[in-house]
Design a protein around this ligand. Structure first.
Ligand code: HEM
Length: 305
């Protein structure tokens, strides 16, 4: 399928605003990949026929990342961290969950995302200039909720102490084809722990990568996978809106992070790549990501040659 021109423009703009870093992902540039094992507990069996969510074990890869497109930013300049999980299915295909440690996104549509990048000239010290930000929030009131969260956000103590959210909704499909709207959350066994301002100055670059390696070796970097069940009025097409906190959560399995994997450049965690039994929602940002990730992947692979 033709990739959207808008996705091309968006990736070009990311490069212009944050700088060009050949070989790196155009977002979440710095990260580390681990091998993991997912054990489904069977609680999702009535809701989806997805193979990795039937009781049993599935091999997986996890990439933890710092959100900045600039790999030279220090660890604490990007408090938003990523957790991308790729499950290896018995049929040789894969299915992904690609989330971050914030519940909502700042743009409702690909056009808004791309326009915002066009307005912002540069990110200095991890932040857009205040005047530009203020103007954007007048034009895009739906972005205010995410910006408010980001302003207050503290970096986690560890990659293993954040809750990672899919932000987008998906549909689970059961045997009869009945659809249930869901979102995902990875909940850390280690609990949620953030750094306070006085710790930040002392964090050296690469701290998170060293820290998670210690936890993995000790067997303590593990997560539970929760699904949040949407109700009829919960939007499935808008990542700027959080579903009410009281929505039911079901723990459907546990991810044990086992050992460092080969740090290959070839992997792509496309958030729309799904197994049978799971459908992407109508969310336009989710669908836009497919093309943006492909463009970034193609560029960084071409740069290797
Ligand atoms: C307009 C929306 C978005 C655009 C254009 C975008 C763009 C990108 C690009 C270009 C990459 C690098 C892909 C690669 O080279 O493999 C990336 C990675 C990533 N993005 Fe996004 N993104 C968007 C929204 C989101 C959202 C909503 C989330 C969280 C729910 C997210 C989480 C991540 C994560 C965790 C990675 C790293 C994946 C990995 O480890 O390979 N992004 N994004």
């Amino acid at each position: 399928m033709e990739k959207s021109e808008l996705a091309e423009v968006a990736v070009n703009r990311i490069e212009r605003v944050f700088g060009e870093y050949p070989l790196y992902r155009r977002a979440h540039a710095r990260g580390v990949i681990y091998k993991a094992k997912f054990t489904a507990n069977g609680n999702a069996e009535g809701l989806t026929i997805a193979p990795h969510l039937q009781k049993g074990e599935t091999e997986a890869f996890v990439r933890f990342s710092h959100s900045s497109p600039n790999p030279e930013w220090t660890d604490v300049m990007s408090p938003v961290k990523g957790m991308a999980v790729q499950f290896k299915l018995p049929n040789g295909k894969v299915t992904n969950i690609v989330g971050v440690n914030a519940p909502i996104f700042f743009a409702r549509t690909p056009a808004a995302f791309t326009e915002m990048l066009g307005v912002v000239n540069s990110f200095k010290d991890g932040k857009p200039p205040l005047r530009e930000l203020a103007e954007l929030l007048i034009r895009y009131p739906e972005s205010r909720a995410a910006v408010k969260i980001l302003k207050k956000m503290h970096a986690p103590v560890s990659f293993a102490t954040g809750i990672y959210h899919s932000m987008h909704a998906f549909y689970f499909l059961d045997q009869e084809g009945k659809r249930t709207p869901i979102k995902y959350e990875w909940i850390p066994d280690a609990g949620i722990e953030t750094l306070d301002a006085k710790d930040l100055a002392e964090i050296p670059a690469g701290y998170y990568e060293q820290e998670i390696e210690k936890r993995v070796k000790a067997g303590t970097a593990n997560f539970q996978l929760a699904i949040v069940l949407g109700k009829a009025d919960d939007p499935t097409d808008d990542p700027t809106v959080e579903w009410p906190r009281e929505r039911q959560r079901i723990i459907v399995g546990r991810l044990k992070i086992e050992e460092l994997a080969e740090q290959t450049d070839g992997m792509k965690f496309d958030p729309t790549e799904m197994s049978d039994g799971i459908l992407c929602s109508e969310d336009p940002i989710l669908h836009f990501r497919k093309d943006a990730y492909s463009i970034s992947h193609e560029r960084r692979i071409a740069e290797k040659k």
